[in-house]
Every structure is written in C-alpha cells, then in structure tokens.
Design a binder for this molecule. Structure first.
Ligand code: B3K
Ligand code: ZN
Length: 883
C-alpha cells in the first residue's frame, strides 16, 4: 500500500461536537451528468466550545461551488478543504452556512452516499455516507430537523422521495418538477434518504393504537409490483407487534419502503423512508424460497423496529452501534419467534452465532460488542455487534425476566427519546428498574472472545445430592490477553427417567418448586449443589442457549441420546443431537488422519431413527436435527482445520445414514408433501424442509431418487421445491444426476433470466457444488452476461457463496481458490471497498488451517496489502489478519 497508514479512531477520544445544526435545508438537483446539492444549515456553537473553536465539516469527493456564511460568499482563503473535510477557522456563535456542491452519483460505485441503481437515484448514508452528499457534521450526535427539496426531470423520475411528510410539489421549466419533504423529528445525517425514479407502488394503511391512520407504501420497479404483498403484510404485523410487545407506536403519517437492486447490505432504516435491497423485500411463490420469504419478514420487521431502537433513540457515536443493532436484532428475533416456531427460530439463530460469530470472535478481527477502536466503521457491522449484541440483550431479558425487561425498555425509550444515547444509558435503565448492580455483566460489552464453560457433575446417591462444578475461561483476543470473569446466566434442568426433576438448590430459600432455573456464574470457578435428587440425572445445561458461550460437559453418547428424546427444552434436544453428531464426525476426521478406516457409530443411526419415527416432533425440528453440523461449524470447533477430512467424514456419515434409514427417509418424504396451495406459513415451511432434507438422503441411498428429484423439479409449484431439487442434482456426484443437472442449469437460466433474484440463486447453486473444477466454473460464471461485479447481490451469490460454502474447492491446495478471492478483492477495492472488505473475511482466517494452506493464504493477503490505493476498509482487515 502506497498511501499513508489510515488513522485509528478510539472510543476513549470521544468529544462532543463543537457546533450543532438546528435545521438542515437541502435542495438536490438531479441531472444526467451529476447532481447539485445546496445545503442551508442553521448552526450554533455548542455550549462547551470556546469562541476560537474552528468549524470542521466532513466532506468527501465534493466539488465545492460556493460557500456562504450569513449570506456572504467566503473567499477561498477563508476556508481550507482537503480530501475528507472542510475547515473554517472563524465562525460566529450563531450563523447560517450555505454550501453548494456538485457530485457525480452516476460514477459512485461504492453505493455509499447518493448513487444510481439501474435508472433510480438513491442514497445510503449509514454510517458515514452523508459526507459524500454535502459538507456536514456527519456524526450521529448532531441531530437536525430536515427539509429536503428534490428536483429532477419529471418523465425520467416521476417519483421523488425523502424523509418525513411531503409538504410541497410543483412543475418547473424544461420538464422538471420538485417535491419538498419535511421531517419533523430531529435526526442524525445517517438516517437521511432520498429516492428518485420511475417507480410503482402498492399501498395500504395501518391504524395505530391511538387511532392514527398511517399510509404505507412500497415502491418498486414496475416489473416487481407483483412481489410486494408479503413485505406489506410483514410490515403491518411488525407495527402491531411493536405496539403490543413494547408499547411503541409509529410517529409519522406515512411509512415508505423502496426496493433497489444495487445495495451493500439487506436494508436501511432511514426515517420514514426505508431503502431495501430487492432481495430483502420482493417475494412471490414462483420465484422465492421459504427461507427468503422468512428473511423478508424478518428484515422488514428489523428496519421498522429501528424507528424506536435507532431513530427515536439513536447512538451517540459509532462505538455504540450495538445499542441499536443488538437491541433491534433481539426485537426482530422475538417477533419472528412469535410469528412462527420459537424453537426453530432459536436453533437457526444459534447455529449462525456458533458457526460464524464464534469464528469471528476467534479470528484476527475479533472485537468486543462495543469496540474500543476502529479504522473503518463499515468493518464493524459484524456478527459480533449484531448477533452477539442481541445475545447480550437476551441475557438481560433472562436475568431480569420479561416484566422488568419491559420496564427497563420503557424507561430507556422515554428517558432518551430524541437523544443520541450510549450503551451505558441502556444498561443504567436495566439496573434502575431491577435494582441490580450489573457492573460485572457489562464486561460482555468490553471483552471480546467466546467464553468457555467447563462443567462437570457428580451424583451422591446416599446424600441424594447432585453437584455441578463450573469453570469459566476466555481465550486471548487482539484487544486483551487476560479476561475478567463474565456474568453468565445458565438456565438448566436436571432430567430423570420420567422427565425434569424438581430443583432444590442448597443454600437458597425457595418458595416454589421449579424444574428449570437460572444459575448465575460470576466467578472463575463455582459449584452448585442440588438437594433431594432421587436419581442420577442428566443435566440439561444452557437451555434455550441462555448465554453465548462454548459449554463443555462430559456427556456420553447415551446421555445425549437420552436428552434428545427426554429433555423438555426443545433447543437442548436439538443441541444434544448436534453434540452427538459433532463428536462422531470429529472421531471420523481423526480416523482419517490416523489412516484408519471410517466406521459409523451405531448410536447416531439409532438416534436418527428415533427422531424420524417421533410423530410428536414438529417436522421443522426433525429437519434441523437430521441436518448434520455444517463443514463451517466443524471447522469452527476444530483446533486445526482438516478441510478435506471434514468434508469426507460428513459425506461418509450422510451416505451411511442414507443406506441404513432409507425406508424412514422415504416415509418422511412421502408424508410431508403439501397438497394445499403454497403459503409461507410455519406449518408448510416445516413440511417442505423435512421433505427436502429427506430427499437429500434418498439421493445418496439409491439412483431412483434421481428421478424423484427430477420430477419434484418438474412438478414444483414453488421455488423452494424446485430450487431444492436443482441443488441436490447439481451437487450430486452420480453421473446420472450430473447429466440431469447439466440440462437443468440451462433450462433454469432460460426460464428465469429476467428475474435477477432467481439468477442469483442460479449462481449460488453452481458456486457451491463440491465437485472438482469449481474455481474454474466460478471464473467462467464471472464472464456470464448476468454477472455484474458492481452489483453486490451478484458478487455475494457467486463469490461469497463459493468461499463460504464450498470449502473443499475454496481451500484447494494449489491455492487457486485463494487467488480467485484475492483477485476479486483487489478489483472491488476501488469499486466498492465495503464489499471488498466483507468478501475478504474467509481469507483472513488462516490461523487454524494446516501450514501449507496458511502459507498460501498469507501470500494472497500480502499481495492484497501491496496493492496501490488500498481502501481503509480492506487495509484494516488485511493488516489485522497479517499481524
Ligand atoms: N443499519 C443498517 C446497516 C447499515 C450498514 C452500513 N454499512 C441496516 C440495519 O442494521 O438495519
Ligand atoms: Zn439494524
């Protein structure tokens, strides 16, 4: 890297702003060659700042046309501009600053600031994109009241949107028109949004709990107008849920969602004008899988919930990001749990956490939920801030109970409404309502790494006591080697032959008998004794995954099989199955390393048979239990990652299970057909998921299932079933399946080439097929006319999917997979740094690979580091991973 080393920003250096912006008036003139932005800011000096405090405004890639203070044009020597800011040495205590800049949205491929997605102008300002639109105090603790006038050619851009309510509109010369929007709620610049395009919309309304009527609109390109109903239903459900569960009502008169195709992430919660990736809003039976339907519902809810947790109460600075994101993920997770199956949702979330967040927490970019420093804030929209942050909020809920938690959230919303708050403010509310000192608990925010809990238990038959001993530890992470003990809530039960045993904890006065209780682990080592335990129990620990830790207990396979059928906690039944399969798979990896032949432990076959025959189980849970732990999870669990051995062990077990349980899988396939018209309901989704997992096993068991998959593909009336059949055929090694797959790959594209989101699935299915030659196949697909490196959905569905889900090919020992990724990162570094840095993650995690792979990965990282004009985003990830 040739340019100067980027600066690190520290939480400890936070200073309140020297100036404030009371009102912001924007006039944005959109033209085909660029846009002119005039900003009129009513500003004043902050009370703590001295008279000589210079005014420093953020601004990137802005061509300054004019700058005025109180109507007077400033001379060039009265201000100073560099690549990232504009400084005016002397300003009055109160003044109006007016700037006019010219920008080029058409050339903005970073998709940050104002840019064009297809023929539409749109914005993405979080975290620091507003400074690419105008000179501003682009920091979340500067909150202002916005009035925005958007001006554009009427024929090309009939729809002009911004935050708040429309207050004026009209025709102008030369076929141009304007609309003025006013947002009465003060907001930070990152929540600003603007859209201009030729869009259609669907409309509905919602009556709030106080009887106000809210207009709801979803704007899309005309071709997608038939794919908005699910999002609209999801929005209305979210609005009702937030009133019911949190007492939170929507505030503006109108709520709008706009779908754009080129978008860096899922969606953005701009005040009153959410902007969504098309993949997070569009859905219809023929083109959308069950998983995608559920994702739409969850993201619509997430963005809507931000209106309170994020917008009405925002963040003081970006180190507080988890204040809005962790809390909002918790809110959307609870919403999804209430809309569908609670335990299924929990299993899905914990799987993601344990696979991807734990791996982040153990990798070179590990950081606390509240990071202490960053180079580029965009790199910190992470699983740690979002998902682990959610787990931290969930632990408050567990420790306080639902009523006190609700009191705490009410206090937080009421006390901090209209403010830019901190994580400390949130925890203080929880402390106040509960009367508890949560000082130690707050270490969850400041210490990175996944804590380990080593537990053992002993039963004393004579004394009828059962003792549990806990020892906690946490591995070193980049920010600190030594960790203080965490405050860990462990929900548990003791399971006896007839089910949960009553719990009597020694030394604690209990007025009621429980079969479930929360132990609070606060010390490095701690023991608990249960009395009146009439039989040797099997402990069910960390029920519902009550804390984001790695728990180890010396369970035998028999204990796990027992918990799988007897535990009253649905999550732990699934987890027992995972633990059983993980242990067996790890043994098979070791067998290969030892040169021994692989043999499948019969307990897994027996356990799977029991699960398949248990009619009392939700088919969705059966499907989840029958899915073996993923290669990514097994890699995360391993001290040294043996990529091929993990893959082979998994394939071997799948094959064995398929042979030995063929009849059961066939029965599951047959009995989970859905004859009713498609709907993305929990009940139907459950059946389809089990049916398709069963089909996967049947494909391994015998060749007849190839025609079964083919006929499922041909006859499917929904994308879930056709995509599942396609993926199974494409990923199968059997020549006959490959033959079918080759034909279907062509047919599928021909049928769906006009549907961008379906084409993404087409890229993904080819990217993840484990057969040899995947690197070459992916390179070839990058030349396909439907691939577009400037569109993040395309990059994610081809390159992202390949690196994350095709381990044997990505980690090829000739380094071709690493080279492919590095090539992409280098190309994207200039086009779209955020996406480049995100894509890079799998390459940065070389530490647990075998030496040969480590070497190859580091070579590619060094190649990236040597690239000229490396963005801050990529520099931060590469340099930290090479440290
Ligand atoms: N708040 C946005 C994320 C913005 C990411 C900026 N790099 C979406 C969300 O979490 O709701
Ligand atoms: Zn969010």
């Amino acid at each position: 890297m040739k340019n100067a080393q980027p600066k690190t920003i520290y939480l400890k250096d936070y200073q309140p702003p020297n100036y404030l912006i009371d009102t912001t008036e924007l006039r944005v003139e959109l033209m085909e060659e660029g846009a002119t932005v005039t900003a009129t800011l009513k500003m004043r000096r902050n009370s703590h700042a001295g008279e000589d405090a210079p005014l420093l405004l953020h601004g990137i890639e802005l061509e300054l046309r004019e700058l005025k203070i109180d109507g007077r044009v400033l001379d060039a020597n009265e201000y100073y501009a560099d690549a990232e800011s504009l400084t005016i040495e002397q300003v009055p205590a109160e003044f109006v600053l007016e700037s006019t800049v010219f920008i080029k949205p058409q050339e903005n491929t970073s998709l940050e600031g104002l840019y064009k997605s297809d023929d539409m102008f749109c914005t993405q300002c979080e975290a620091e994109g507003f400074r690419k639109i105008t000179y501003y105090l682009d920091r979340p603790d500067v909150m202002s009241e916005y009035t925005t006038t958007v001006v554009a050619d009427k024929a090309g851009y009939p729809v002009l949107l911004s935050n708040g309510n429309p207050i004026d509109s009209g025709e102008l010369d030369n076929g141009r028109h304007f609309v003025t929007w006013h947002d009465p709620f003060k907001k930070p610049s990152y929540l600003f949004a603007l859209v201009a395009g030729d869009l259609e919309y669907i409309e509905d309304s919602f009556t709030t709990m106080s009887g106000r009527n809210i207009e709801l609109r979803i704007f899309v390109e005309e071709k997608d107008i038939d794919k908005c109903d699910h999002a609209m239903r999801s929005l209305k459900k979210s609005m009702a849920w937030d009133e019911e569960v949190y007492g939170r009502e929507y505030d503006l008169d109108i709520f709008m969602i706009v779908a754009v195709d080129a978008f860096n992430m899922g969606a953005m919660e701009n005040k009153g004008l959410n902007i969504f990736n098309t993949s997070a809003v569009l859905a219809k039976t023929e083109t959308t899988t069950d998983a995608a339907f559920q994702r739409v519902e969850a993201i619509v809810a997430h963005e809507y919930f931000h209106n309170w947790s994020g917008n009405r109460v925002t963040c003081r600075d970006w180190f507080q990001l988890s204040l809005k994101e962790g809390f909002t993920v918790f809110r959307d997770a609870e919403f999804s749990a209430d809309m569908g199956s609670r335990v299924v949702k929990r299993v899905e979330d914990v799987s993601l956490l344990r696979t991807a967040q734990f791996s982040e927490d153990a990798g070179p970019m590990a950081h606390p939920v509240q990071p202490a420093s960053f180079i580029e804030i965009s790199n910190f929209y992470t699983l740690t801030v979002y998902e682990k942050g959610c787990e931290v909020v969930r632990m408050y809920h567990t420790l306080l109970g639902p009523e006190l938690f609700r009191e705490g959230s009410d206090l937080y919303f009421d006390r901090h409404d209209g403010q830019a708050a901190t994580i400390e403010d949130f925890t203080r509310c929880m402390e106040e309502v509960s009367g508890r000192d949560l000082t130690q608990f707050k270490r969850w925010y400041s210490q990175a790494g996944t804590p380990r809990l080593d537990v053992n238990g002993s039963y004393d038959a004579d004394a009828q006591t059962y003792t549990l001993n806990f020892a906690q530890s946490c591995p070193a992470t980049p920010e600190s080697a030594e960790k203080q003990p965490f405050h860990i809530p462990v929900t548990l039960g003791l399971v006896g032959q007839q089910g949960d045993l009553p719990l009597t904890l020694q030394g604690v006065e209990q007025t009621e008998t429980y079969t479930d209780m929360v132990l609070e682990i606060t010390e490095s080592e701690q023991s608990f004794v249960f009395e009146n335990v009439t039989e040797q129990p099997v402990p069910s620990l960390l029920r519902d995954f009550s804390a984001p830790v790695k728990l180890d207990f010396p369970y035998s396979n028999a204990d796990l099989t027992f918990l799988m059928s007897r535990d009253s906690d649905g999550f732990n039944r699934w987890d027992a199955c995972q633990k059983l399969a993980t242990g067996i798979l790890e043994g098979l990896v070791q067998a290969q390393l030892d040169g021994a032949t692989m043999e499948l432990d019969s307990s897994l076959v027996a356990a799977f048979r029991t699960v398949l025959n248990d009619d009392s189980l939700d088919p969705a849970m059966v499907a989840l239990m029958l899915k073996l732990p993923s290669e990514a999870y097994l890699a995360e669990e391993a001290d040294v990652i043996h990529v091929d051995e993990i893959h082979n062990a998994r394939e071997f077990v799948r094959d064995q299970l398929a042979q030995q349980l063929k009849a059961e899988f066939q029965a599951a396939y047959d009995s989970n057909q859905v004859s009713e018209p498609y709907e993305p309901s929990a009940a139907q989704i459950a059946k389809r998921s089990l049916k398709n997992v069963a089909l996967g096993y049947l494909m391994l068991a015998d060749d007849d299932a190839i025609s079964l998959a083919r006929s499922q593909y041909d006859n499917a009336n929904n994308m879930t079933d056709s995509a599942a059949a396609l993926a199974l055929l494409v990923c199968s090694d059997k020549p006959q399946a490959q033959h079918q797959a080759a034909e279907l790959i062509i047919a599928f594209y021909e049928k769906w080439q006009q549907e961008a989101l379906v084409v993404n699935q087409w890229f993904t299915v080819q990217a993840i097929a484990p057969q040899q030659g995947a690197v070459e196949r992916v390179r070839e697909l990058m030349q396909h006319p439907a691939f577009d490196i400037k569109n993040p959905n395309k990059v994610r569905s081809l390159i992202g999917a390949f690196c994350a889900n095709n381990h044997v090919n990505f980690h090829r020992t000739d380094g071709a997979g690493y080279q492919l990724l590095a090539d992409m990162v280098i190309e994207l570094n200039t086009l779209n740094p955020q996406i480049a840095a995100r894509l890079l993650a799998p390459l940065s995690k070389w530490q647990k690979q075998i030496p040969q792979r480590q070497q190859l990965m580091k070579e590619q990282l060094s190649r990236i580091l040597a690239t000229e004009e490396l963005s801050k985003d990529v520099y931060e990830v590469v340099s930290k991973s090479l440290k």
